[in-house]
Every structure is written in C-alpha cells, then in structure tokens.
Design a protein around this ligand. Structure first.
Ligand code: PPS
Length: 572
C-alpha cells in the first residue's frame, strides 16, 4: 500500500554550507569552467535543491546506461530521464578525469563545482529510441539531442554554491524544502500536484478541484516556468493567468508554486519523472492526464505515444515512487445544466448539449478578436491572453520583397509603406536593400557569405520590429532560398511573414537597367552580379508573386494590401 500522508522532513540538498560558500566560490574561479546552457541551468537548479533527489550530480556513464535502458540508476533507483552535462568534444578533451570544473550561468556567475568522474560519447540514436520512443527529429527533445546538445557527456557529483538567480515572480518560486516547510506549517498532510505548461481554463479548474476532493487533499498548482514546448505561451503571461484563477478555489485549500524545470516532452517517462519531482516537493498525489507531456505528432503525422501510455507507466511504478496517481477526468461543459461534468459520467448523454472549444479554435478566436465565452474561461484569463495575443490586425508583421536588381522592389515597397502609413495604427519601417547596405551592412560585399550575413541582419531587425508590434518592409535581392527560409523562421515566432516575389524577368531588368549596373556587369566590371554572374533561387511558394511588366506601381502595392487584408493583418 502507498503511504498516503507526506513525510515532510527536509530533503537533502547539494549546497555547500553557508560559511564555506564564499571561500569555495573564490577557489572555483581558478578552475576550468563550463558555461551552462539554458537547459543545464534548469537541471542544475533541481539537482542542487533536491528536486532531482536521489541524483547527486550530472549522471555517470553507468547511471546513464541504466536510465536509458530500463529507467534505473546503477544502484537500482528508479529514474526515467537522463540528466547529463553535454559539452562539445573540444571542451571535453580539455578536461581530465578527477578534475574539478566550475559551472557558470550565462552571465558567468559560478553556481556549482563538479568533480568529473566520467567522460563519454553517448549513442544518441539509442537514447532517442529508448527515452523518447523514436529517433525522429519531429520530437523536440530528439531534435535538441541531435542538433543542439554537445557530442560528449561529462558526469560527476556536484557541490552547489548558489542557486540560479531569478528576478521574475520571486515570491512564487519555492525549493522542495520551502514547499515542505509550507505544507508543514499549514498542516497539509495530503497534497495533490497539478503539472501544467498551459493557461488554465474552467475545465482545468474543475478537474483539479475534483481531483483534490477525490483525494481529500489540498491542491498545489505547480506550473513549469523553465523550458516547455517550443511555441507555448510564455511563462510571464501564464503566471498572470494562474494568479487570476487562484481566486476561484475555496480560500486556503490551494496554493501555487513555480517549477523551473526544463521539460523534454517525453510522455510516459516524463510523467514518472514529474511524479518523482513532485514527491520530492512534498506532494502525495499527482494528476496525470490524457497524453501527459505529449510532444505532438511525429514525422508520419501520428502520435508518438498512446493517449494513456503515461498513466499506465505511472501506475506500474506508483508504489515504488511513493506518490499516487490521480487520473485526469476529461471535463466537458453540459449546456443544459450550465456546469462541467466528467465526460464518462454524463447520464442523459444523448439529450443534452455538450460544448467544447479546442486549443486550435481558441487560438483562432484570439487571433481574430472573436468572443471567448465565459463558460469556457475566466474573463481575467481571457484579458491576459488578449494582451499577449492581440488580434492579427494589431500584431506586427513583415513583408519581405525579393527579386532581381531593378525589378521594382524598392519602388513597390515605398508605395506600400506610404499606403500603410496613410492607414495608420502601427509604426512602419522600410529596410530597403540600398539603405541597409549604407547603414547596417556598410562593410559587406556580394560574396555568398556576405549576402547571407546581410539578409540575416535584415531578418533580425525585422523580427524585432515584428515582435514589438510594428510593420517591417524589407526589399533586398535575397537571392538564396535557404537564407530566406531562415529569416522566415526567425520572424514567424513573433508574427506573420509575407514573402513577395517581384517576378520581373532578368531580360526586362537588364533592358530597363535603371542604374546602369547590368551594362557594367556584362562588361565584367561588376563581379558576381545577381542574374548575370551570380545565382537567384526563384521562390517556390511565396505568399504573393507580382508581375510588374504590364502593371503600374500603384496596382502592385495594392495587390500586397489585398493579400494583407485576406490574411487578417489589416482591417478590411
Ligand atoms: S543581397 O544579395 O540581397 O545581399 O543584395 P542587396 O543588399 O539587396 O543589394 C543589392 C543592391 O546592390 C547593388 N549591387 C549588386 N547587386 C547584385 N549583385 C551585385 N554584385 C551587386 N553589386 C552592387 C545593386 O544596386 C542592388 O540594388 P537594387 O536596389 O536591388 O537594384
């Protein structure tokens, strides 16, 4: 049987004693040092504060092998997730076994010292298969493993010097021992934890409240604020949303604390990992939902894991973990009775109207500024989400013209800019090819490398403008498809990207030869001239292609406006 009440004795941390910390920090400054990645900082924080108990450092090769193979450390302890210090080969070669290294945050502050006991090159394909279920780059953690993580892993015990600094929501962050002390003080003997990386709506409030009632426990809303799935709503917005929902629970039954975990989206293994972490934070129960910590679709368009695999794996290890699973009730809104009910307990199913709004539908309503009903979410939550995700017609975006020199990009871009400024509402910046080459890229020429740099710089500025709600209009030649794709990816994190191919033929550009450059290029006086002596990749799927040969400038700019309107970016 499972222990149903929590043991709230302090859990062991890996910090050096307060008195020795200063001395150790001073000595550590002489050591070879490693600048931790964002994920490693998250992992280190939970190693040091006991959140990853019983781990004593970054994993040794033997622990790693066991964890990958069958979720067990070398000593047999259950642990489902590799916690490894990945570094580039070059750094690994500079470190000897037995040596101490200083672990620093991205600003250079020394957080811990690690005694290196292990140094090995992991079989990443095997790790992907065993831990994440498939060696498929569509899985965000597999992609990270192959494309971001270093080639070599270093392992060894650590001694913590200080915890990573957080300047946001400081009062809401708690170590396992702080939470244990809080539960002790409040007399909370049973606590059910709810893990989340999404805003909470009414259905979540209902299900968490029911889970707590069912377990006769208090409730801990325990959202992840470290690293979640790429594309998620940022944690700043989410925490403001959670704070709004907290008022909805009966007073003093529920608490909220932020967990600086770097999620891996590993489904079943991740659920077990989450459970162990909550156990360490003094909780007795843990809510596991349908498709817990699911990574989305694989490259075949199918789910990586079965919808209840996470619950099954958790249940199989529940006893050993010492934390009990509360399985997630799928709550739906029954309009006739104006309340949420568990989907599998609705009696007169065929006679009542059940309402639902999917995540996709919610995003659509936000982006189009449409109604989000009160039965679905709390007005205060919707207000926060609308502040972060204003309707498309108020978001920033980038129009990126591409085409040969003399194709008419600048002229159309200028016409578009004044039309947008006539409408007003958003600051507009034109990043014209010539203008950029005077200001941003004055030292660059026209080699492939320099053109790439030039376009990447334009993309960076445009992405900042887009992020800040403005309109960026770019008009470089941008001859390479791969560079244009990279710029698109940079910008689409923040707003829409509209690629416009100004499709004037090279013959027509040369015939017009407005700057006399084509003549010089033909004579070999300008080298590497696009379309003459340097390549141009014709865009395959631009949002818009403009033929200029029989169309005047005003009409070309108008075509762009119509496209923007159809994308909801400007009001019709
Ligand atoms: S790129 O390839 O996107 O980085 O080029 P871009 O920054 O748009 O700069 C193109 C303008 O530079 C002038 N110019 C050349 N263009 C192409 N190839 C060569 N070798 C070259 N040398 C100078 C030319 O005037 C381009 O201006 P636009 O406005 O396109 O005619």
């Amino acid at each position: 049987t499972i222990m149903m009440e929590n043991n709230l004795a302090p859990i062991s941390e890996l910090y050096v004693s307060h008195d020795s910390a200063e001395k150790m920090k001073f000595e550590a400054a002489q050591l070879p040092s490693w600048d931790l990645t964002a994920r490693q900082v998250c992992d280190l924080e939970l190693l040091m504060n006991g959140g990853f108990n019983p781990l004593k450092g970054f994993m040794s090769e033997a622990d790693y092998d066991g964890v990958v193979e069958n979720m067990r450390m070398a000593d047999g302890a259950l642990w489902p997730m590799p916690i490894t210090l990945d570094v580039p080969k070059k750094f690994a070669e500079s470190v000897e076994i037995g040596q101490d290294i200083a672990l620093r945050d991205p600003e250079g502050v020394i957080l811990a010292v690690m005694s290196v006991t292990d140094n090995w090159t992991p079989n990443k394909a095997l790790e992907a298969e065993k831990v994440f279920g498939a060696d498929d780059l569509a899985h965000p953690a597999v992609n990270y493993l192959h494309n971001t993580a270093g080639e070599v892993y270093l392992g060894g015990p650590i001694i913590g010097i200080q915890q990573p600094m957080h300047y946001d929501f400081r009062a809401r962050r708690n170590t396992p021992n702080e939470l244990r002390a809080y539960f002790r003080k409040m007399g909370w003997r049973k606590v059910v934890a709810f893990q989340t990386r999404n805003p909470l709506h009414r259905a979540h409030q209902e299900l968490t409240f029911r889970a707590a009632k069912e377990a006769q426990a208090n409730l801990l809303i325990h959202p992840v604020v470290g690293l979640t799935k790429p594309g998620d709503i940022d944690h700043f917005t989410r925490v403001r949303c959670y704070e709004a929902v907290l008022d909805q629970y009966p007073a003093s039954t529920t608490s909220m604390s932020l967990l600086n975990l770097a999620m891996r989206m590993a489904g079943p293994r991740e659920a077990v990992w989450h459970g162990l972490i909550r156990k360490n934070h003094g909780c007795t129960h843990f809510i596991v939902g349908r498709d817990h910590a699911g990574p989305g679709n694989n490259s075949q368009g199918e789910d990586f894991y079965g919808p209840y695999d996470a619950q099954d794996l958790f249940r199989a290890h529940e006893e050993e973990m010492g934390i009990k699973m509360v399985d997630f009730k799928h709550m739906v809104y029954v309009q006739d009775r104006a309340q949420y009910e568990p989907a599998d307990e609705i009696e007169d199913k065929d006679d009542v109207t059940i309402l639902n709004i999917s995540g996709t539908e919610l995003r659509r309503r936000l982006s189009e500024g449409l109604e989000i009903p009160e039965w679905f979410s709390f007005p205060a939550v919707v207000t926060e989400l609308r502040r972060t995700r204003p309707p498309r017609a108020q978001q920033g975006f980038t129009v990126f013209f591409t085409g040969f020199s003399g194709s008419g990009k600048s002229t159309i871009a200028n016409a578009l800019m004044v039309k947008l400024m006539e409408m007003g509402g958003r600051p507009t910046t034109l990043l014209d090819g010539d203008l950029v080459r005077k200001n941003l890229s004055s030292e660059l020429g026209f080699s492939k490398e320099h053109r790439d740099l030039n376009i990447r710089r334009i993309g960076y500025v445009a992405s900042e403008i887009t992020k800040n709600g403005g309109i960026a209009i770019c008009a470089p030649i941008a001859p390479y498809a791969t560079t244009r794709r990279a710029v698109r990816e940079d910008i689409e994190q923040f707003g829409a990207f509209l690629e416009v191919h100004v499709a004037t033929s090279i013959e027509e550009c040369e015939r017009r030869d407005r700057k006399g450059l084509y003549k010089l290029a033909r004579e070999g006086k300008i080298k590497e001239f696009t379309g003459i002596s340097d390549p141009y990749d014709v865009p395959e799927h631009p949002e818009l292609r403009i033929e200029t040969e029989n169309t005047d400038v005003d009409n070309c700019a108008h075509q762009v406006l119509l496209k923007l309107e159809s994308m909801g970016l400007i009001a019709a």
